[in-house]
Design a protein around this ligand. Structure first.
Ligand code: SF4
Ligand code: SF4
Length: 202
């Protein structure tokens, strides 16, 4: 013979405690009082600008002088939202009897930020440090076509790129800075001219 099933297993509601009148209101007021004493986390943007971390991915700036039109960023972009046009130019030989060289000249560099997913791959793969993150984020548009930023606009974003963080104490000087410093020292020495030998006065 089958065992009798208790009433709760047959789907009947379990017995509830009798409710004290006004207990829900008291709980709600307790939550309100607790919240009133806590520090608010709401930021009053746009009246108050947010305090963004230094590595914020807001928009991409182009340092055009460093770009060699190698196309690596456009090829690696998962969204295919980097548009680059260029042409070749022949450079005359640096010295008589030398060979002519050809170099790429940038005609167009644009990023469509309506497609960009801010992955940063283009910045990571650029071998010549021509692309940088800027924390600037206030560039919403009512026309989606305006979100394709051409080279002039990408250059403007460079002004908002933060300076790199300071090196750790005792760290080796980066080779680019060392090379730039040596070149500047050589130029300064060439401008001041050869120093007069400290000889005997006639
Ligand atoms: S951040 Fe990513 S998606 Fe945006 S342009 Fe660079 S590679 Fe393309
Ligand atoms: S990877 Fe860098 S150097 Fe090459 S095309 Fe892109 S921005 Fe220019």
């Amino acid at each position: 013979m089958a065992e009798p099933v208790p009433s709760t297993r047959r789907g009947a509601a379990p017995p509830t405690r009798p409710r004290i009148p006004g207990s829900g209101l008291a709980k709600g007021l307790a939550v309100t009082l607790r919240t009133m004493t806590k520090k608010t986390v709401t930021e009053q943007y746009p009246d108050v600008q947010p305090d963004l971390p230094p590595r914020t991915r807001g928009v991409i700036g182009l340092f055009e002088e460093n770009c060699t039109v190698c196309m690596l960023c456009a090829r690696e972009c998962p969204d295919w939202c980097i548009y680059i046009d260029s042409h070749k130019e022949t450079v005359p030989p640096a010295a008589p009897g030398g060979r002519e060289r050809s170099r790429n000249v940038l005609d167009r560099f644009a990023i469509d930020f309506s497609l960009c997913m801010y992955c940063g791959i283009c910045i990571e793969v650029c071998p010549f440090d021509a692309l940088f993150w800027s924390p600037e984020f206030e560039y919403a548009e009512t026309d989606i076509r305006e979100l394709t930023h051409e080279r002039d606009k990408l250059r403007e974003w460079m002004w908002t790129v933060p300076a790199p963080p300071a090196l750790d104490p005792g760290a080796e000087e980066p080779k680019e800075i060392a090379a730039a410093r040596k070149t500047a020292e050589k130029l300064a020495a060439a401008q001041t001219g050869p120093t007069e030998p400290q000889g005997e006065q006639p």
